[in-house]
Design a protein around this ligand. Structure first.
Ligand code: NYM
Ligand code: MG
Length: 216
């Protein structure tokens, strides 16, 4: 594979229990085995002070007003933005488990009139724009059957169903989100193969010879 002058920015998205962590790990390993330097990241990053507040909220240990928690999730990305940009400039590929797409849809899924997809997206403007976001698509019913579901806030069938609808709305209504959909209801290996294919397609695109851009 031709060397890229900069790293790629790749995002894995999906509902809870869609298999994101597994696919994230496998993709990082294959990219490394192809000789690329890889930085693994995930959002929320629960290790920072902001991330710790988010963690407490998700576990039900603290309460936050809906706009406030939305902005904390966004701030948690902003505090990592320079790190992402620097890694990519020096040729490292950054692979992130969840990014601003989750940020938008999970908040908007709460159904508040004053917390629309548009309102939710505004604080993300200016963050590093992904080269590709692979949306691991799974039916909420199938996801719910996988282990560990239901422990954290948002892990209810009603919420997951709405999140999936909003992911589809996001994909259908806006250009330039760089999302591709992969059916995640299949064997791990099949999903992995598709994810790698999407990433390889993007590697060939002209934008990969240009500097990383920003979310507009
Ligand atoms: N989540 C994640 C948000 O609500 N907004 C965000 O910006 C991000 C990045 O956090 N249910 C939600 C989605 C998940 C939860 O993420 C925790 P994970 O990947 O399950 O640890
Ligand atoms: Mg989760």
């Amino acid at each position: 594979m031709a060397p890229l002058s900069r790293g790629m920015l790749i995002v894995i998205e999906g509902l809870d229990r869609a298999g994101k962590s597994t696919q994230h790990a496998r993709l990082c390993q294959s990219l490394e085995s192809q000789g690329r330097r890889v930085k693994r990241m995930r959002f929320p990053d629960r290790t920072t002070p902001i991330g710790k507040s988010i963690d407490a909220y998700l576990k039900g240990e603290s309460q936050q007003e809906d706009h406030v928690i939305h902005l904390l999730f966004s701030a948690n990305r902003w505090e990592a933005a320079a790190q992402i940009r620097n890694a990519i400039e020096e040729g490292t590929t950054v692979v992130i488990d969840r990014y601003y797409y989750s940020g938008i849809v999970y908040s908007a899924a709460k159904g508040k009139a004053d917390l629309s997809l548009k309102w939710a997206r505004d604080p993300e403007i200016g963050l590093p724009r992904p080269d590709v976001c692979v949306f691991l698509d799974i039916a909420p019913e199938a996801a719910a059957k996988r282990g560990g579901f239901g422990r954290e806030k948002y892990e209810t069938n009603a919420m997951q169903k709405r999140v999936r609808e909003l992911f589809y709305e996001l994909i259908a209504t806006s250009d330039g989100l760089d999302i591709c959909v992969v059916d995640a209801g299949r064997d791990v290996e099949e999903v992995e193969k598709d994810v790698m294919e999407r990433v390889k397609d993007v590697m060939k695109q002209p934008k990969m010879t240009q500097p990383l851009t920003e979310i507009l």
